[in-house]
Ligand binder design. Structure first.
Ligand code: KIV
Length: 280
């Protein structure tokens, strides 16, 4: 179902930033969720490798494969025709060689119908971004806390919390912009650093745990709707409590089942069949 919104284009990303118009961005990994996001006002969907934890129960994003992302992106593209769709390039799909990165980006783009691919890293992936863009595929960058290589960063920690660290992130964002990325995710940095990075480039900075001065806010849908469980990073706000609602709904179903009050007449096929009549 659509709410009549118009799908963002690549050109809109820069235009929105220029006009100071904020927008929002969430994850989806399946058809039903994609249709719900499509019906909302949210403009952008990420089929993120966070699906490793949220959908597949892994401890991190590293084991996620290109096939996993392709499998989950196809139903999202089908379910959200009015929403801009980003597909994540998983760990191992762009760190072998530039040729391999182009080959994998081609597969993701061609086989799913997504609107762009996203990959993690700063200065060190700028050549890869430039090559994928040159091959005709729009690229979104991702800097700050990069979950695929969190081990190298000393774990899931706030990034850019020293002046040197903040300066390195500014170099990263400039390199990504120069390489031709049309936007960049910035994850887990102090808000003043988020502001400086946002002001350093013309491409929009899409912040998750990066404070209020960025151009767009990103959250994982299962986090913002309080579906995932007890783990809640500091930057996540719960805008609804869907897990509780779901457990309560399941318990009402269970209770009516064991009491025998479900299914009542309105949920039954009530035609009497000769020889099989029941009290009505
Ligand atoms: O995979 C993901 O959900 C992401 C977000 C954290 C931006 O990359």
């Amino acid at each position: 179902m659509s709410n009549g919104k118009k799908k963002m284009t690549i050109a809109d990303f820069k235009k929105y930033k220029k006009e100071g118009r904020k927008f929002s961005y969430v994850t989806a990994y399946d058809y039903t969720t994609a249709t719900i996001v499509n019906e909302s006002d949210v403009e952008v969907i990420l089929v993120g490798d966070s699906l490793g934890m949220i959908m597949l129960g892994y401890d991190g994003t590293t084991p996620v494969t290109l096939e996993d992302i392709i499998h989950h992106t196809k139903p999202v593209v089908k379910g959200a025709p009015d929403t801009f769709i980003v597909a994540d390039m998983p760990f191992g799909t762009y760190n072998v060689s530039i040729e391999k990165a182009i080959e994998n980006a081609n597969r993701l783009y061609k086989e799913t119908g997504c609107d762009c691919v996203k990959l993690e890293g700063g200065v060190e992936v700028a050549d890869t971004i430039a090559a994928i863009v040159k091959a005709g595929i729009p690229v979104m960058g991702h800097i700050g806390l990069t979950p695929q290589t969190a081990g190298m960063l000393g774990g899931f920690k706030v990034q850019g919390s020293t002046p040197e660290g903040a300066k390195k992130l500014i170099e990263d964002v400039k390199a990504i912009e120069k390489a031709g990325a049309f936007s960049v995710v910035l994850e887990c940095v102090p808000k003043g650093v988020g502001k400086a990075i946002t002001e350093a480039v013309e491409i929009p900075v899409l912040g998750i745990g990066a404070g209020p001065y960025v151009d767009c806010q990103v959250l994982v849908t299962q986090d913002l709707l309080d579906m995932y469980g007890d783990f809640k990073p500091k930057f996540v706000k719960h805008f609804a409590h869907i897990r509780k609602e779901m457990v309560e709904g399941l318990n009402r179903f269970h209770k009516e089942t064991i009491e025998g009050t479900f299914p009542s007449r309105e949920y039954c096929f009530n035609a009497q069949v000769e020889g099989f009549e029941v009290e009505d």
